[in-house]
Design a protein around this ligand. Structure first.
Ligand code: F6P
Length: 357
């Protein structure tokens, strides 16, 4: 059993995601129930640098479970990466007697959390990003809500496509992760799905559109993840739409930040609540430098360093020396996780090719 905590802080950082508010609510209520004081850091790591804190009672988080965004506000804070920024953040923790921090966000948030842990402030991370791009966890908060938002919007597009015998190319967010595009592509019956993790055969898609039109299909959807234009050029979707337009009347829609808002789904509310409670339990038990992951349906803590390097391995961004601090078994475990994730994406893509016609 570790020391007795008196006061902890919670913050949200990076791009907001539906589920952040339910996670904050769970952290606040669980900590207060354990007799630990909780403060909210306003505006992510910047708020820690500038000492903008708000005290919490159980009532402070009433009704936020239904709200998208983050009521603690969020920023991508470059200053936090500097020595001065970090020193100011540590100073706030010392001055305000903050003995531990629960940081809710994506990989940038966890890099900040690990830096704080290294300097003696215990931290636990909760993964929240619509992209679902943290390799160590099968699920990140906000992902389900974002996909359901895409689903509703593309279902509406399908109506008008069917009326006018049109194709609509839809670009969705996800940074360099195609999870949103792949799953919503399947769920909306897209005739083509382009994600940056897999080779995309544009000629095969055009041939399919031609054949489907000849077969009497009127409405068609093509789903493109934003990782594709990042590789092939910013106007890739417009160009693809122009090529499809030679086959049938075609339009292009980009679903960007609108997909990041909205009331969290049941999945996001429940998982956020479970993660928030577990984060407090782990912190109070004396754990630090951990991110809570969902692996094969179970929540479990994973070392942030492991999670960050695993991410680099999966994204082919490993730097010299990255693997040196890990045992051969850990490196093997990383390779297995990467292979599993890739296989799952290939499996879903094949299903889409087989069924979405
Ligand atoms: O990480 C979430 C995300 O919405 C990505 O899908 C997207 O690439 C990025 O953030 C957009 O960032 P910003 O909100 O800074 O425009």
């Amino acid at each position: 059993m570790g020391k007795k905590f008196k006061k902890i802080a919670v913050l949200t950082s990076g791009g907001d995601a539906p589920g952040m508010n339910p996670a904050v609510r769970a952290v606040v209520r669980k900590a207060l129930a354990e007799g630990v004081e909780v403060v909210g850091v306003v505006g992510g790591y910047k708020g820690l640098i500038e000492n903008t804190l708000i005290p919490f009672t159980p009532r402070s988080v009433s009704n936020i479970i239904t709200k998208g965004g983050t009521f603690l506000y969020s920023e991508r804070c470059l200053e936090f990466k500097t020595e001065e920024g970090m020193a100011a953040a540590i100073e706030t923790c010392r001055k305000e007697n903050i003995e531990g921090i629960i940081a809710i966000g994506g990989d940038g948030t966890f890099r900040g959390a690990t830096d704080l842990a290294r300097r003696g402030i215990p931290t636990i991370g909760i993964p929240a990003t619509i992209d679902n791009d943290i390799t160590a966890t099968d699920y990140t908060l906000g992902y389900d809500t974002a996909m359901n938002t895409v689903l509703t919007m593309v279902d509406d597009l399908r109506d008008t496509c069917e009326s006018h015998a049109r194709c609509n190319v839809v670009e969705v967010m996800g940074r360099d992760c195609g999870c949103i595009a792949l799953n919503t592509g399947i769920a909306t019956g897209a005739i083509g799905i382009a994600i940056s993790e897999l080779e995309f055969d544009e000629e095969a898609l055009l041939a399919r559109a031609r054949a489907l039109k000849a077969d009497g299909k009127r409405g068609m959807i093509v789903m493109v993840s934003e990782g594709i234009p990042a590789i092939k050029g910013a106007d890739y979707c417009e160009k693809l739409t122009a090529r499809l337009n030679e086959i049938l009347d075609s339009r292009f829609s980009r679903l960007a930040h609108v997909v990041r808002g909205g009331s969290p789904t049941l999945r996001d509310r429940v998982t956020a609540t479970e993660m928030g409670v577990l984060a407090v339990e782990l912190l109070l038990k004396g754990e630090s430098n951990m991110v809570i992951c969902e692996i094969d349906g179970k929540l479990q803590p994973v070392e942030i360093n492991f999670a960050l390097i695993l991410d680099r391995m999966y994204k082919n961004k490993l730097k010299d020396g990255d693997l040196e601090m890990f045992s051969a078994e850990q490196v093997e475990e990383m390779r297995t996780i990467c292979a599993k994730r890739k296989a799952e994406i290939e499996r879903l893509n094949q299903i889409a090719l087989d069924v979405c016609k």
